[in-house]
Design a protein around this ligand. Structure first.
Ligand code: NAP
Length: 685
């Protein structure tokens, strides 16, 4: 192919014409692209992000941004084959590319869905509940999270050019933070193709995404305290960037995901006859060879009981010898190439260091012969397994990361030594513990968790559905302490919160309700002749409230409720036993109080309330005894417009209602939120 010059997308323009650094195919080292030579004006890029990106993103709310992410994910998914085709040049097999292409797009889907379920239809996220700060009810406090108004710079490693970008872009986008993405140069052509597609979709608001091909120049020196930097790459580069004087001076948040020497531990209870033994071997082989070992989560250290080292070694050798390496387009190929010849040189040098004083159990010497045309010039590397019998005193095996299909097996005596070996990685992204014994898991996992961002427990039960040692999931935190960079990514909506600013807010409940967009107990309520359940979604206001009539609870209520529910618990039915309880007498069922409250506040005729789909935060605060008189206050607490329609095409929104049930002394006896779907007026007319 004729090499083209990749362009950066800065300030709304694709920029750069002159060829600069040559980029080669991992498969045959052919020249495929150039980076551009022109320097980027990062002042212009930042101004553009701040002046265009921030307002455009803020014009949408959390819910609308979530919808936009979903539309973008659908758009990319329809065009995924174009990305697979380019991904092939990085040396990736189809399953490797699946992780990058569809794993990346899947992350957009996941954030679209989590955003829609968990975030408000505004730009203020209330982290409640509000708490009273004084005795007279006039002063309260709470927390809110708001968009920072700054720009996120995302610097990525070469191994997942799409996933790496999208897993950072999705939470930032939800948080209304424009981003400037900088892929690793070696595989930047794949990120380039993805960003081009995203811009062509017309779904990415102006200024919210820019792409840097090549150097970041003085970009980091221009950032301020409301901006953020995220980094994925080597520990050395992380250390260098973290020390940037401007980032330190301006207190710019810097999140790093660095290389780590992840481990897999075969627990002492597993013998070579167990299914778990083979699961362990399979997982190690898969993690060594998937993406040719170029995964930040790959298993670098294989920790096995001393007595089983030979058995594990043999089975691993048998598996590795069956892995066909070569051009992934050739039928039967299971492992592709490293991303570049530079990587090849780097991995070779590190294997040499790792092998010093250790045995090499499997390597190119065991018959390495990549298949496919011109593979001789490609960046193919043999799976390599090293055995270290003195892991407690050998530093190199816990320190040197060969970013390829390379692992070191080490032996232990007793699970505590195994855990000590794992911890010698000084902080890793993930460890897998293979055991059949819950007691070993209960002992080992809390210890391993101190130095690992994720612990994957594998046995025959979990293996059926396990997503594997190496897969970070959008729902679960990715990132580890110490050497792994100390950062946190993903983990559901936590990742969005990382890019929002948390502020404590103090004031009267009415003020807090106005600021948070949520009713806060003690705030003024709005009462009228219209029952809140008879208002359309658009007409409902936070604070619309109903104080119901009263109802005296009788013994007949308790008896009837026992009959209906079948709940004859002594506290409701046994006068003598009830005398000995903390209440000293029979009390009504809590669920009766809940049901009776519904009877007090519902407006029974058909109306805008379409469904009641649950309740949150239920507490039975005080007992209700025979003869007590209860009433309920129902207040519109929170409205979320998810821009949804039901099957009949009726527009609807989610409304949470605060319910307080009180007794004749105005004491709170039950407290909860009920969750409803409320129809919109627009579609009803
Ligand atoms: P790298 O050399 O550290 O580069 C990472 C990124 O930093 C690249 O985009 C690189 O750009 C950029 N960079 C380097 N120097 C820079 C500077 N002075 N200013 C601004 N940006 C700079 O790592 P890599 O070789 O791409 O990736 C492999 C490493 O990443 C492995 O060690 C692996 O373990 C680690 N990794 C970690 C994770 C994780 O989640 N923890 C994930 C993937 C990879 P250029 O390419 O243009 O130099």
């Amino acid at each position: 192919m004729t090499p083209t010059t990749l362009q950066s997308y800065i300030a709304g323009r694709w920029q750069g014409q002159q060829a600069h650094q040559a980029l080669h195919s991992a498969l045959d080292n052919q020249l495929i692209y150039h980076t551009h030579a022109e320097k980027i004006d990062f002042d212009e890029a930042l101004t553009y992000a701040r002046k265009q990106g921030v307002p455009q993103l803020m014009a949408l709310d959390f819910q609308k941004r979530a919808q936009r992410l979903k539309a973008l994910a659908l758009y990319l998914m329809e065009r995924k084959e174009e990305l697979y085709e380019i991904s092939h040049l990085t040396g990736a097999t189809r399953p490797d590319s699946w992780v990058d292409v569809e794993g990346g797009i899947g992350t957009l889907f996941a954030y679209a869905s989590m955003g829609s379920r968990e975030l408000p239809s505004s730009n203020v996220l209330h982290e409640g509940p509000a708490m009273a700060l004084g005795k007279r009810g006039g002063f309260a406090g709470t927390h809110i999270l708001v968009p920072r108004g700054g720009v996120a710079v995302h610097i990525n490693a070469f191994n997942f050019p799409i996933w790496g970008m999208l897993e950072k872009f999705a939470p930032t986008f939800l948080a209304a933070m424009p981003c400037i993405v900088k892929p690793a140069t070696a595989t930047s052509y794949l990120t380039h193709a993805t960003v081009k597609m995203m811009m062509d979709s017309g779904l990415v608001p102006e200024g919210s995404l820019q792409l840097v091909i090549g150097s970041t120049g003085d970009l980091l020196d221009r950032l301020g305290g409301f901006d953020a930097v995220t980094f994925t790459g080597s520990a050395d580069t992380a250390a260098k960037l973290r020390a940037n004087q401007n980032l330190i001076r301006e207190a710019v948040p810097f999140t790093a995901e660095a290389d780590s020497l992840n481990a897999a531990i075969l627990a002492p209870d597993v013998t070579p006859d167990d299914e778990e033994f083979d699961l362990f071997v399979k997982e190690v082989a898969r993690e060594m060879t998937g993406k040719a070992g170029q995964k930040c989560t790959a298993i670098r250290r294989v920790i096995v009981p001393e007595q089983y080292a030979d058995a594990v070694g043999e089975r691993l050798r048998a598996r590795l010898s069956k892995i066909v390496v070569g051009n992934p387009k050739v039928e039967g190929v299971r492992m592709g190439a490293l991303a570049s010849m530079d990587q090849h040189r780097d991995v070779s040098a590190r294997v040499e260091m790792l092998a010093r004083g250790n045995e090499v159990l499997f390597s190119a010497r065991d018959g390495f012969n990549p298949v496919g045309d011109n593979c001789g010039s490609g960046a193919f590397f043999s799976p390599t397994l090293i055995l270290c019998r003195n892991g407690m005193v050998n530093d190199a095996v816990h320190d040197i990361e060969a970013f390829g299909p390379v692992s070191t097996m080490m032996t232990y005596r007793g699970i505590d030594e195994a855990l000590a070996l794992a911890a010698r990685g000084k902080g890793s992204l993930v460890t897998t513990l293979v055991t059949k014994d819950p007691a070993i898991a209960a002992h080992a996992v809390p210890v391993a968790a101190a130095s690992h961002g994720r612990v994957h427990i594998l046995d025959r039960v979990s293996a059926v559905d396990s997503t594997g040692h190496g897969s970070p999931l959008p729902q679960l935190k990715h990132g580890g302490p110490g050497r792994a960079g100390g950062g946190e990514e993903l983990g559901g909506i936590r990742a969005v919160k990382h890019f929002l600013q948390r502020a404590a807010v103090q004031g009267s409940p009415t003020m807090l309700a106005a600021v948070t967009g949520e009713y806060v107990r003690g705030a003024e309520v709005k009462e009228s002749d219209v029952h809140p359940f008879r208002r359309w979604f658009e007409d409902l206001e936070i604070g619309h409230s109903l104080l119901t009539h009263r109802r005296t609870v009788s013994e007949a209520d308790i008896v009837n409720f026992g009959g209906v529910s079948g709940d004859y618990f002594y506290m409701h039915f046994d006068e003598i036993a009830a005398k000995d309880t903390q209440f000293g007498k029979r009390i009504a069922h809590g669920y009766f109080v809940l049901s009776a409250a519904a009877g007090l506040f519902v407006s029974p005729a058909p109306g805008p309330v379409l469904a009641n789909y649950g309740l949150d935060n239920l507490r039975f605060v005080a007992p209700v005894a025979i003869g007590d008189t209860i009433r309920a206050r129902l207040t519109c607490k929170r409205k979320v417009d998810r821009n949804r329609t039901d099957e009949q095409g009726r527009g609807q929104g989610v409304v949470a209602w605060d319910v307080q049930v009180t007794n004749q002394n105005d004491e709170l006896v039950a407290s909860y939120d009920i969750l409803t779907l409320v129809q919109k007026r627009g579609e009803a007319q």
